[in-house]
Ligand binder design. Structure first.
Ligand code: ATP
Ligand code: MG
Length: 470
């Protein structure tokens, strides 16, 4: 493709040159020659008219001698670089500016009507000249009668040399235009063709699946913009690819480790490596791993559901304070074990929001679950609701292990777990916060995290305040 584009341009350029040349050689040449001829003929015709009404008429009226007329005509002829004749109606040359002894026989085949409606002719004038001449004539009329003609013959060679000079200037102009076009072609090659070739090469590599190539064009025009967009696209696609690879690696890992341990324990139980009295303990581990697999599958199914656009929210008006209390209650058992207590700072007796209650319950569940998992024993988890600008802010705050700064952005990604948390929580899948984010986003609300490693973490999300019930 790239070669033909350039070839087309070059062909266009050459065609332009050839056509320009042909135009000058035919059209321009023809028209200028015509123009030069008629201009010269007009000039000569004016002269022949003057001569016909003055010298020639005087000669016929015999008010001037033949010698006088002859010498006058010779002077004019020299000035005009032409031949002047006085011819009678039959074609006999009476006076010739060239010679004092013109032939006395009429010109063979002379016929004044051969001029037709024109006042000039070109050619060798009845073979009287060896070269082509431009001939004009004017009748000499005395007492309303045509007595003869004045004829002026100018060699065509003098006209053609003028014509050739003119054509040479035209060819030179064409050559200059051609040169300018060459400069434009060069500029075009540099500013359009080379960048497009670079872009095409990069696009070919992208099509082959290699997104590492960056297009090195930094310009402030459409091509620069196109290159920047393609670079951006390539980077996005390469991270997407990377993400997908990571995702699959994570999924496989998360499925494989529980399956391997389940398989190991079952084999050990079957072949008697684990004695009967110990089996309970290992069956419990198997149960734990199975639950984990179950949870993993459930979470993935859930996320998949959110991934599709337009999940159906069952929006209702409910008391968020009450919902928080209910969710907290369900954690009482776990908290007792870890000696973790809750502090609820709730605004008002009731605080109504409009949202999907079961989904918000899940958000709270996931956030509180994290807070407990990553808190130290004997600590307090604070849950607070505040109302501001038609929004309700819900905060879940712990004083646990915290999140390292460079992990803060990644915790929302599927399967992401910080290195800190791995030791604390083996059951976690890293999908909880991804689900939380999807739920809050589908409500068109926001969630933020503030955390300091080793100090604690606070998650804050917003919900729309419900209108007063009438
Ligand atoms: P799951 O929620 O599926 O059981 P998980 O809790 O590990 O697994 P997320 O809830 O998505 O996954 O959390 C992702 C990671 O973010 C956690 O593994 C942990 O590293 C970090 N994290 C989340 N909440 C806290 C918190 N309150 N304190 C410290 N780290 C946290
Ligand atoms: Mg979690």
């Amino acid at each position: 493709m790239k070669r033909t584009l350039y070839l087309k341009l070059l062909l266009g350029y050459v065609a332009f040159g050839i056509l320009g040349f042909l135009t000058i050689a035919t059209f321009t040449s023809h028209h200028t020659m015509n123009y030069i001829e008629t201009e010269a003929a007009e000039d000569l015709y004016r002269e022949s008219n003057l001569i016909a009404s003055n010298y020639a008429a005087n000669y016929y009226r015999q008010t001037m001698t033949l010698e006088d007329v002859q010498s006058q005509l010779t002077a004019v002829a020299t000035y005009l670089n032409a031949d002047i004749w006085v011819v009678d109606t039959k074609g006999t040359i009476l006076i010739d500016s060239e010679t004092t002894t013109p032939s006395e026989t009429p010109i063979k085949g002379f016929d004044i009507t051969s001029f037709g409606a024109k006042y000039y002719l070109t050619g060798n004038f009845y073979d009287t000249y060896s070269e082509d001449v431009l001939t004009v004539f004017s009748p000499i009329t005395i007492n309303y009668k045509v007595k003869g003609y004045v004829m002026i013959h100018k060699p065509m060679a003098s006209l053609t040399s003028f014509h050739n000079d003119f054509l040479n200037i035209s060819y030179m102009t064409l050559a200059l235009i051609f040169l300018c076009a060459f400069v434009v072609l060069g500029l075009f090659t540099y500013t359009v063709y080379i960048p497009i070739r670079k872009i095409t090469e990069a696009a070919k590599e992208y099509a082959a699946g290699d997104f590492t190539k960056q297009i090195n064009i930094h310009k402030n025009d459409e091509i620069g913009y196109l290159a920047a967009s393609l670079n951006f696209m390539a980077t996005e696609l390469s991270t997407l690819e990377e993400d997908q690879r990571k995702f699959i690696a994570n999924v496989s890992h998360d499925f494989r480790s529980p399956l391997t341990s389940i398989k190991g324990y079952i084999e050990a139980i079957m072949d008697g490596t684990i004695p009967y009295e110990m089996q309970d303990k290992y069956l419990n581990i198997i149960l734990f791993e199975t639950e984990r697999l179950n949870k993993l599958t459930q979470s993935m199914l859930e996320l998949n559901k959110y991934g599709k656009k337009g999940i159906m929210l069952d929006i209702s008006r409910f008391d968020i304070n009450n919902t928080i209390k209910m969710v907290v209650q369900s954690f009482e058992g776990t908290c007792k074990q870890k000696k973790i207590s809750f502090e609820l700072i709730l605004t008002g007796q009731t605080l109504f929001v409009s949202a999907d209650m079961s989904k918000i319950q899940q958000v709270l569940y996931n956030l509180i679950d994290n807070a407990i998992k990553f808190s130290h024993a004997d600590s307090t988890i604070t849950i607070e609701t505040t109302e501001k600008n038609e929004k309700v802010f819900v905060s879940v705050k712990d004083t646990g292990i915290g999140i390292p700064k460079d992990s803060l952005k990644k915790i929302w990604e599927r399967f992401y777990k910080t290195d800190l948390s791995r030791g604390k929580d083996k059951k976690g899948t890293g999908l909880g916060l991804a689900i939380v984010k999807e739920i809050i986003s589908s409500h068109n609300e926001n969630i933020n995290v503030i955390s300091t490693e080793g100090v604690g973490t606070e998650f804050i999300f917003t919900l729309p305040l419900a209108a007063e019930k009438k």
